[in-house]
Write a protein that binds this ligand. Structure first.
Ligand code: SF4
Ligand code: ZN
Length: 734
């Protein structure tokens, strides 16, 4: 250990502990020992203190013990002419620093409850997010466990220019790392630099502006500690296991940009405890031999264009960055990013224009691998804020390719397109929705890149099941409509493949957890008579997907003992859901909307809601933009119930599911349906007629109200009475 670093770090630790003690004493005078203190909405108290020491800080008075502990472990200042082994004491100084910083930050929440936004994003007038609460921890921490995010970079200070800041941030995002930011250098902060350049900051883009002071750096340590406790099952107080878990599992490091103060050194020593090395852009002394960290501890004077690469190398992180030929950054880090309002350059689908996505099989000699054609105007031909119809048609061929694989590859379009920076994608099939932001267009993003990225990524991820793929992208209205027509036929054929199957004829259902990146607790279990709520995955599709990718998002679920045949509940399904939702959901009913229904995510085709006055249910599809009798439009409903929870009274489902025999059968089935938008009635008319005959009410379709009858329960009730709708005489719904 370098003597300079040890002396500076120990000096810094003393300063920070003194500051914490002073703040604490002032707070005690003001509020007294019984005043509750802590970070918002967390079960981990002050997490570094709780994790490392097993000590719960709940009231101001509890802090006394922590301050004493800090003083206990703080080593004496390093003397000029005495050489002692430094590593042990220096590491203790680093820990004392983190404990003291948690005290400082906790008191900050007390002094000014609005100092941080306490949510995932900055607000208009507050850039600083503060400690991640447990909801964010669960949602984001799991990415550290499953590898979607290998780790994080804790950035202190600011880059010499905004441009360099943006480049460093983008490079880190590209490697799927989270970026945790704190502290200032010469009055500038890294977060502010990004903000000034219009970069979207917040948890969804993995650029996390923790706080303006150096003490906010402790939120990064707190996040790492909580991840180990929450996902690694490490007990509070078991500091050895906590630190080892972090060293082995969380690929994190600190980047210091600018003059390294004593306090920064002290935080650096804190990081080394976790096995997180420090990479500096200034010529500070280095600590090269390995010991606590996997490789070097401190590497300095690294040029900015090499700093990310160097950090990744020193931390021993293996990142596989896909070569995707698009002019914007590309990777899962950009999946959650939104394109809104004034940022929109081009918009397609989402009910505004027709949009359709369709992957089909061709003969080997009909496909030229990698060919991408755009038929109709491209982005460069239209003005900002334009809308265009859009059809993304993919044609695949291969010796091992099966028709059953079509929907699986087609369903990838959603997240693969979302991975492009500045491009937003929602939905699937003929209800897809795309937005391309101005920033992406400035960088040269065109519609042909949709084809190019799909080509590259599908080859990477599914190259074993097909040999060739080509893309046609249509933006002329009549062509898009023609494709839509063809695609709908194909969807109907796919859907019909499970027509003869029933839930009773198989012991195996399939899970789908593809949507967990948006709705972390959401788990679809797809049975023959309960297709996925996005409409893109039925039981057959999930089965085929499992064959292609046995460790993928579609796993066989042995349904096990039936706990409720009427409402549809199985022991094996519950157990699976509990595990896959990480304990958030432990049961749901397949055939009910009233009693704990299946979870709903944002990409459902339809959302059903109960209408108590009519003793029935309504359902609304995404393509209907108007008001509905439950008082909410589709978008509001999706925003309210689409977060991955089970919400009694509401359930997401596919269009196809409406006429499947088990559709809310536990609550009376299709006979309960009292309202649907006209457009949906027309679309499923044939199947609905067939199903109505089966249940002995051949004219049910005419009894179902739509928006031409009314958009409130009061308006539609007289119509239902006049038609003699069966729901009115059924058992009370609730
Ligand atoms: Fe899978 Fe369900 Fe999402 Fe469809 S809605 S992709 S079935 S998790
Ligand atoms: Zn979804």
């Amino acid at each position: 250990m370098s003597k300079i670093i040890a002396s500076a770090g120990i000096r810094g630790a003393h300063k920070i502990v003194e500051r914490a003690e002073k703040k604490w004493k002032e707070a005690m005078d003001k509020w007294g020992a019984n005043e509750p203190v802590g970070f918002p909405n967390t079960a981990y108290f002050l997490p570094v203190i709780y994790g490392i020491l097993g000590y719960k800080v709940e009231k101001l008075g509890d802090i006394e013990w922590v301050v004493n502990k800090c003083k206990d472990i703080l080593p004496p200042f390093v003397k000029e002419n005495v050489h002692l082994p430094y590593l042990g004491p220096a590491l203790d100084a680093g820990m004392a620093t983190f404990f003291a910083e948690e005290v400082i930050e906790a008191i900050k929440y007390l002094e000014d409850p609005n100092c941080y936004t306490k949510q995932e994003d900055p607000t208009e007038d507050n850039l600083w997010l503060g400690a991640a609460d447990d909801v964010i921890l669960r949602k984001r921490g799991v990415e550290f466990v499953d590898g979607t995010a290998p780790g994080f970079a804790a950035i202190l200070g600011a880059a010499p220019t905004n441009e360099i800041a943006v480049k460093i941030a983008e490079e880190l995002q590209l490697k799927n790392l989270y970026v945790f930011m704190a502290a200032e250098h010469e009055g500038k902060r890294f977060s502010e630099q990004l903000q000034e350049e219009g970069v979207q900051i917040g948890w969804p883009t993995r650029l996390v502006s923790f706080g303006s002071d150096i003490s906010a750096a402790v939120f990064a340590a707190g996040f790492a500690i909580r991840a180990a406790m929450s996902f690694g099952g490490v007990e509070p107080g078991d500091f050895r296991k906590l630190l080892i878990y972090n060293k082995d599992r969380i690929f994190a490091f600190a980047l210091t940009l600018g003059y390294v103060t004593d306090e920064w050194y002290a935080n650096g020593l804190g990081c080394v405890n976790f096995g997180f090395p420090v990479i500096a852009d200034t010529p500070i002394p280095e600590i090269l031999p390995t010991g606590v960290c996997t490789y070097e501890h401190v590497v300095s004077n690294v040029p900015h264009d090499q700093i990310v690469q160097k950090a990744v190398e020193v931390r021993g992180l293996k990142v596989t960055v896909a070569e995707v030929p698009v002019p914007v950054a590309y990777g899962p880090a950009f999946e959650g990013e939104r394109v809104r309002g004034a940022d929109i350059y081009l918009e397609c689908g989402g009910g505004r224009t027709p949009m359709v996505e369709w992957l089909t099989t061709k003969e080997m000699d009909e496909v030229e691998d990698g060919k991408v054609e755009v038929i109709g105007p491209d982005i460069t031909d239209v003005q900002p804020k334009s809308k265009l119809p859009l059809a993304i048609c993919l044609e695949a061929a291969g010796r091992k390719f099966e028709k059953d694989f079509e929907p699986i590859l087609e369903r990838q379009i959603h997240h693969l397109v979302n991975y492009a920076q500045g491009v937003m994608h929602i939905g699937q099939r003929d209800i897809a929705w795309l937005r391309v932001g101005k920033g992406a267009v400035e960088k040269g993003f065109k519609l042909e890149h949709l084809g190019k990225l799909l080509y590259a990524k599908l080859h990477q991820d599914f190259g074993t099941v097909f040999d060739k793929i080509q893309a046609r992208i249509y933006t002329e209205e009549d062509k898009v409509k023609e494709m839509e027509e063809k695609a709908r036929k194909a969807y109907a054929e796919r859907d019909a493949r499970i027509e003869g199957m029933t839930d009773e004829t198989t012991d195996t259902y399939y899970s789908c957890t593809l949507c967990q990146s948006f709705a972390p607790s959401h788990v679809c279990i797809v049975s023959p008579e309960r297709t996925g709520l996005c409409g893109a995955y039925n039981w057959m599709d999930c089965k085929a997907s499992y064959e292609i990718n046995p460790t993928g998002p579609n796993q066989p679920v042995e349904k096990g003992e039936c706990l409720d045949p009427k409402l549809g509940m199985w022991k094996g399904c519950n157990a699976f859901v509990e595990k896959a939702s990480r304990g958030k959901i432990d049961h749901y009913y397949f055939y009910s909307i009233v009693n704990d229904p299946m979870t709903t995510c944002g990409c459902c085709e339809c959302i059903a809601a109960i209408l108590p006055m009519c003793n029935g249910v309504m359902t609304v599809s995404r393509d209907y933009m108007g008001e509905t009798p439950c008082g909410m439009k589709f978008t509001t409903l999706a925003g309210t119930v689409g977060g991955g929870l089970s919400t009694p009274g509401f359930v997401g489902h596919s269009k196809y599911n409406i006429c499947q025999r088990k559709f809310i059968l536990g609550d009376g089935g299709l006979k309960r349906m009292v309202w649907m938008p006209k457009i949906l009635k027309e679309e499923i008319a044939d199947r609905l007629k067939a199903r109505s005959e089966e249940i002995g009410i051949p004219n049910l379709l005419d009894m179902i109200a739509d928006e031409t009858v009314g958009i409130s329960e009061e308006e539609i009730l007289p119509f239902l009475e006049e038609k003699g709708h069966p729901a009115l005489t059924m058992d009370p719904l609730m």
